[in-house]
Design a protein. Structure first.
Length: 564
């Protein structure tokens, strides 16, 4: 019997395909190699083709979505996995992970995610057998070649271990050793003289997947809030989700044992925070132990069987300097009166306060190399981002770009009153155009209005000249980006001549005081809270009008960003 209503199965797969990034598809193809030979995968250009191949190999159907759910989960697209489960009416059911996808390929994928471009170049040199026609951008590119050469397999990990030790990645060496230790009793798949190959039937029955069943001491985290002073702020803890008990469905012989397993509940908490169409998304990870005999959780929860470190991996952040922080600060605007495409804009008095605050925060506190460019015309903005993206970032772990100017939805203004697309700026730092930043976090903080203008007061001004229609999502179709907007779509942002903008002022304060304690997304949640408390009012008495602002971060980050 199908989990889906008529036609919904194909619709859901099409939707997932439309939201898959290029890197997502590449990662899925790699993890699917035990199911679909690499030779067949070469002609695949979309996720739909991969889904069709999974169907033909009997790994995907209307009543069998577990393999795809696990694949999506491993590559970090939990949002799409949840969508698939929701449409299949399985949301809240027990979904075991580590059961379907070959653990050897999962290991290689995790190693790949940890390697930067310079380390990959060193590994390629040490391996010495990479064909000249091949381009190594990600770890899985190199591992695929080693697999083809039969120099890498579950029983041939010593060379890779040696290469990683040579480049001082002892943390990854330990990952391999942990894998060996966990699978020291694993079976040889097929003839030991043949290439490694594993089908789904083998994966399900193989003892290689019988993970340690001993009790695990859960580490409990009380991360309900990043607010540090209860005397100054009213803090309401996030309520705990409660699981419901039901009869246990048929389990494998191993899961009938009396041991307890460790789980993570992903609670997707969305709260409206003061402006229409703006949601503050908080992913709260509740850590607890669950007896297998207790049955599935409540329908609002989704259960993933996975160790904590698998979902709390951190981006590498050890380089000094951490990376380049480009600050574009447009304060003064002058236009050519004969230029029909230029917009008359007022000077942004007070922006120098933002620029100074950002320089102090990223240079002194967070250890970035700061590059300040001021009063750039539209074509000069284009040249500046191209220049920085063409640099060699292999020694760095991160990139930051702060843009302070007038703007609208989907664009910022040059100092000559001409528009320049935000998407063009961001695309300069894609993995294709800036390969030395591939796999590293790229953070953009945009202090500019995104639309609707209010009447300006004497001291507080707006950064938008007119109402701008909403543009499409500006996030690039790949991972590792964050866009920190000062405000939600179609809304203004506020700036004080004496203290700078609401957003940058609170952002720098939060980073200065919290970066050594909390990760970036938690800090941005704190910034949302602080900015939302600020008000700008006009008039008095019954004529008084109050305006508020709320920032709106968007991201495709796959790991946690913690600067210190």
């Amino acid at each position: 019997m199908s989990y889906f209503r008529d036609g919904q199965y194909r619709e859901t797969l099409a939707l997932i395909d439309s939201e898959m990034h290029e890197d997502d598809i590449k990662n899925l193809k790699f993890l699917s190699e035990p199911f679909i030979p690499k030779k067949l995968q070469k002609k695949f250009t979309s996720a739909l083709e991969l889904f069709e191949a999974l169907e033909k190999s009997h790994q995907l159907s209307e009543n069998k979505v577990e393999v795809l759910v696990e694949l999506l989960h491993i590559i970090g697209r939990v949002d799409l996995a949840m969508k698939l489960l929701e449409d299949a009416h399985l949301l809240g059911h027990h979904v075991a992970h580590g059961k379907y996808v070959n653990p050897f390929y999962v290991l290689l994928f995790k190693l790949s995610e940890e390697l930067n471009i310079q380390e990959l170049q060193s590994l390629s040199f040490l391996y010495g057998k990479v064909p000249k026609r091949e381009t190594i951008v990600f770890g899985i590119d190199l591992f695929s070649i080693m697999l083809q050469h039969v120099n890498l397999s579950p029983t041939k990990l010593n060379d890779l271990e040696s290469y990683l030790a040579n480049i001082n990645r002892n943390d990854l060496v330990q990952e391999i050793r942990d894998f060996k230790g966990a699978h020291e009793y694993n079976i040889v798949y097929g003839d030991k003289n043949k290439d490694y190959e594993c089908t789904i039937e083998e994966t399900i029955s193989s003892p290689v997947l019988n993970y340690n069943s001993n009790d695990t001491n859960a580490t409990h985290h009380s991360d309900a809030s990043v607010i540090t002073s209860e005397e100054e702020f009213e803090v309401r803890p996030v309520p705990e989700s409660q699981s419901s008990q039901s009869n246990q469905s048929h389990e494998s012989q191993e899961s009938q044992q009396s041991y307890r397993k460790e789980f993570l509940v992903y609670e997707d908490e969305r709260r409206e925070v003061g402006m229409e169409n703006n949601l503050a998304l908080s992913l709260n990870l509740k850590h607890f132990t669950q007896d297998p005999s207790s049955g599935p959780l409540s329908v609002n929860d989704i259960l993933f069987e996975e160790e904590l470190e698998d979902v709390t991996e951190y981006y590498r952040m050890k380089a000094r300097p951490r990376g380049i922080c480009l600050i574009i600060d447009n304060q003064r605007f002058t236009i050519d009166e004969t230029d029909l495409e230029a917009t008359h804009l007022g000077n942004r008095m007070g922006s120098e306060k933002d620029c100074e605050a950002l320089k102090y925060t990223f240079e002194e506190k967070l250890h970035f190399q700061v590059d300040i460019r001021q009063n750039l015309k539209d074509f000069e903005i284009a040249a500046a981002v191209r220049d920085v993206s063409s640099l060699d970032h292999s020694q760095y772990d991160c990139f930051v770009c702060c843009i302070l100017t007038h703007g609208g939805e989907g664009f910022v203004f040059g100092s000559n009153g001409r528009k320049y697309s935000i998407k063009e700026i961001i695309n300069c730092f894609s993995a294709q155009k800036c390969p030395t930043l591939a796999g590293k976090p790229k953070l953009f903080f945009l202090q500019a209005c995104r639309g609707k203008r209010h009447q300006a007061a004497t001291v507080v001004e707006m950064d938008a000249p007119e109402m701008i229609p909403a543009d499409e999502d500006l996030l690039p179709p790949e991972a590792d980006f964050l866009l920190g907007y000062a405000t939600v779509a179609d809304a203004v942002s506020y700036r004080s001549r004496s203290t700078g903008t609401f957003y940058i002022s609170e952002l720098t304060k939060a980073l200065n005081t919290l970066a050594d304690k909390y990760d970036l997304l938690r800090i941005l949640t704190r910034v949302n809270y602080e900015v939302s408390r600020l008000v700008y009012s006009e008039g008095q008495g019954e004529q008084r009008i109050v305006y508020k602002q709320i920032p709106a971060p968007q991201y495709t980050l796959r790991k946690v960003v913690k600067f210190l």
